[in-house]
Design a protein around this ligand. Structure first.
Ligand code: PGI
Length: 457
């Protein structure tokens, strides 16, 4: 575990924010409690064949009921911050109009408990669980979604701004679009190269509208969270270089360019052809709003080659000497340093948080007691992954990137969307049969990293 570099060099800037991240549908359970309306994930997971083993978010980690115990656990681990998402359909069961006060009260209580325990909340407005009632009206394909989302944001800003000082509009518009509208692996499960660009563009319009609404109400910070996966050419051929440009434009530039530059990369028209609409300048004016930070979710890289594939005509080359996680992602910490310096070089010196980073490795379904009688989960591969990636962030800071914090994905083992409960990303183990929580070795190690502001690395 020791790193070749001097441990003293690994101290992070004063005030660096160490935390953990989750998302509503993945941990809360009780999706319809206290007047909540169904979301597209309630609907999708209950559609036969859509998730592994038919797993749903009906119980998940039962966080909706165990939230106080979970905040106590965060405190014991020494977390300074906690990134979570709000389930839109708890707040507005029909998506717009009537507010469900009981839903708002749940998040208000959670925020107060976090603050009482010295933990800063980072609130994500949208982490994939659109109210089903809005999907029935076209969802992200309906241009009215910008107004719907701004209305929801305004309800939350008025209720929580001041107690919540770091807001996120969307979590990963790329995944929402690629998974939900192009390949269909995620809710709402559409498969259309014509719908994907429309959903993607409307998501960014909604982001812009929600930021505009925040500027009218809010007094603190708001940003956008994107997943960035750096692309490396498999060979030095011109074909692979072109494939890298397509893949990079599609996954990485497609969201930060409109948000920060007010334009789309030209490769998107090449990729989507007739399916790529012409957008009015007014849309770009709405999308491009001043942001206080960018959240970067980083997990892996992809070594990319020219190939026949839909719609990118690219392929990913597995690395024979690589280490891979349970989700088939190569462990490549250098890719995080490269990602952070790329953001700085392309978009300027915008503050960044690593809003997600972590790995699924096999953990047993039950945490067994060790010789001391305490339940224990040994997860050396996850510890190694985290240590190397936190080190990679330090390298980016040394290279001049303004990185403000790190949220490990995830606090708890949880519902990995279509993969159900088969992948465990938590630094805290969840026994789904008993709902017992057991900090894994990685959590104990992370606590020391936080207490030493990185020096323990
Ligand atoms: O897959 C682990 C986590 C999810 O549990 C989070 O909800 C989501 O924000 C998130 N994003 C990514 C990286 C982007 C990605 C997601 C799904 C599939 C492939 C890539 C990994 N994760």
């Amino acid at each position: 575990m020791t790193d070749s570099r001097n441990a003293a060099d690994r101290t992070f800037p004063n005030g660096f924010l160490w935390g953990a991240a989750t998302a509503a549908h993945q941990i809360e359970g009780s999706p319809m409690a206290d007047g909540a309306g169904p979301s597209i994930w309630t609907r999708f997971a209950h559609t036969p064949g859509m998730t592994l083993n038919g797993d749903t978010g009906d119980v998940a980690c039962d966080h909706y009921r165990r939230w106080k115990e979970d905040v106590k656990l965060m405190k014991e681990l020494g977390l300074q911050a906690y990134r979570f998402s709000v389930s839109w359909s708890r707040i507005l069961p029909e998506g717009t109009g009537r507010v469900n006060q009981a839903g708002l009260d749940f998040y208000s209580r959670l925020v107060d408990e976090l603050l009482a325990n010295g933990i800063e909340p980072l609130l994500t407005l949208y982490h994939w669980d659109m109210p089903a009632a809005l999907d029935d009206r076209g969802g992200w394909l309906n241009r009215d979604c910008a107004d719907w989302f701004a209305e929801y944001g305004q309800v939350m800003y008025r209720a929580l701004d001041g107690r919540v000082k770091k807001w996120v509009t969307l979590n990963e518009p790329w995944v929402i679009t690629d998974g939900g509208y192009l390949h269909g692996a995620l809710a709402p499960g559409h498969r259309s190269r014509f719908e994907a660009p429309i959903a993607s563009h409307n998501l960014m319009r909604a982001h812009g509208a929600a930021v505009q609404a925040y500027r009218a109400e809010g007094k603190h910070e708001i940003g956008l969270v994107v997943n960035i996966e750096p692309k490396y050419a498999a060979t030095d051929s011109a074909e692979d270089a072109a494939a890298v440009k397509r893949a990079h434009a599609y996954m990485n530039e497609q969201y930060l360019d409109p948000a920060l530059l007010g334009t789309y990369p030209p490769e998107l028209r090449e990729i989507f052809g007739e399916a790529w609409p012409e957008w009015p300048q007014a849309d770009f004016d709405l999308i491009k709003q001043k942001l206080d930070f960018i959240g970067v979710n980083y997990y892996t890289r992809s070594v990319t080659k020219d190939a026949v594939s839909y719609p990118l005509n690219t392929g990913v080359v597995r690395q024979p000497s690589g280490t891979y996680t349970e989700t088939g992602w190569e462990v490549f910490p250098q890719g995080l340093t490269d990602t952070l310096t790329w953001v700085k070089d392309r978009y300027g010196d915008i503050p960044m948080y690593i809003t997600e980073n972590g790995a699924a490795f096999f953990d047993p379904p039950v945490a067994e007691p060790d010789s001391t009688g305490q339940r224990r989960v040994r997860d050396p591969l996850r510890m190694d992954y985290l240590q190397k990636h936190i080190g990679a962030i330090h390298d980016a800071i040394q290279a001049g990137c303004d990185i403000r914090g790190y949220m490990v994905w995830s606090l708890l083992d949880n519902l990995e969307w279509s993969l159900g409960y088969s992948k465990r990303f938590g630094v805290v183990h969840v026994n789904y049969a008993t709902q017992d929580r057991t900090p894994k070795d990685s959590a104990r190690w992370y606590s020391k990293v936080i207490a030493s502001n990185g020096k323990f690395l």
